[in-house]
Design a protein around this ligand. Structure first.
Ligand SMILES: C[S@@+](CC[C@H](N)C(=O)[O-])C[C@H]1O[C@@H](n2cnc3c(N)ncnc32)[C@H](O)[C@@H]1O
Length: 265
């Protein structure tokens, strides 16, 4: 797997410079105090983060981690991209938000972090970078205290079946065991960015996401599907309402799913 993770790390490192200056991440608004979290995760978790230890997996350059910190959580953010974490740490120091950022492959986190958390959070663009969701679920369960909450809001595996430029179905729903290898051009927050790098990603159906979590002592509290994306991050999307983007507006597709689960305790 090393060559896959190394290629993906190089890709994510290259994206940071462009994400930092993008309209989507709107760093100036964030620095001025805007809460960049979406209503989907705010409604599910917003009332319960204050004073809690929150572990944010695949935090990228930490905007969402720092938003949870502003809401009163004690946050640890994890990512495998050093360039993402360099920007995260600089912003965190500038804004004095007290977030701890840890560089690690999420699947190897037990070797890089200790402690127990009240909440494990991950969102938008996460599980598709991971070959093994059984190992992922084992990491989540390991870091949750008994009674702790796991929450994910991410793009729906049905949406990921589409090739967005051609609007045709192209990708598997179920994991074949092998990654897709593609050359990624530009980036979702800046399609004209001069990035051309290999990426490796995996398909996982909803049962492949959910079953390992259930097997690792997490009980389902809430499962939701949403007919829109809060981000204009794929080609050919239409803004139906402010902040609600849809692909193929003529049919109703699931765009995002969320799971809220509690560890047995
Ligand atoms: C789309 S971002 C998700 C974060 C968030 N939604 C955002 O936009 O800020 C995906 C992140 O996952 C990280 N990543 C990908 N594979 C990883 C892995 N195996 N372990 C840890 N981080 C990983 C990337 O470095 C990137 O920062």
């Amino acid at each position: 797997m090393k060559e896959y993770f190394d290629a993906n790390r190089t890709l994510w490192d290259a994206k940071v410079e462009y994400h930092k200056n993008s309209k989507m991440y709107d760093l100036e608004a964030f620095k001025a105090g805007k809460n960049m979290l979406n209503s989907i995760e705010l409604e599910a978790l917003g009332k319960e983060v204050k004073g809690k230890r929150l572990l944010h997996l695949q935090c990228h350059f930490g905007q969402d981690s720092m938003c949870w910190a502003r809401m009163g959580a004690q946050v640890t953010g994890v990512d495998m991209s050093p360039k993402s974490l360099e920007l995260a740490r600089n912003l965190n120091a500038e804004l004095d938000l007290g977030v701890n950022f840890v560089e690690s492959n999420v699947l190897e986190l037990k070797d890089h972090l200790e402690g127990e958390y009240d909440i494990v959070f991950t969102s938008y663009g996460t599980y598709g970078w991971l070959p093994d969701l059984n190992q992922w679920a084992s990491v989540i369960s390991h870091f949750l205290k008994p009674g702790g909450i796991f929450y994910i809001a991410d793009f729906h595996p049905v949406l990921y079946m589409y090739d967005f430029p051609s609007q045709q179905l192209l990708y598997n729903y179920f994991n074949s065991g092998n990654p897709y290898e593609e050359v990624s051009e530009g980036t979702y927050a800046d399609r004209d960015a001069p990035i051309q790098k290999k990426e490796y990603f995996w398909c996982h159906g909803l049962s492949e996401v959910m079953s390992p979590l259930l097997r690792h002592n997490l009980r389902l509290l809430e499962f939701k599907e949403f007919p829109y994306s809060p981000y204009d991050c794929f080609e050919n999307m239409t803004e139906m309402e402010p902040g609600k983007y849809v692909f193929k507006a003529e049919i109703s597709l699931p765009h995002v799913f969320s799971l809220k689960m509690r560890k047995d305790g």
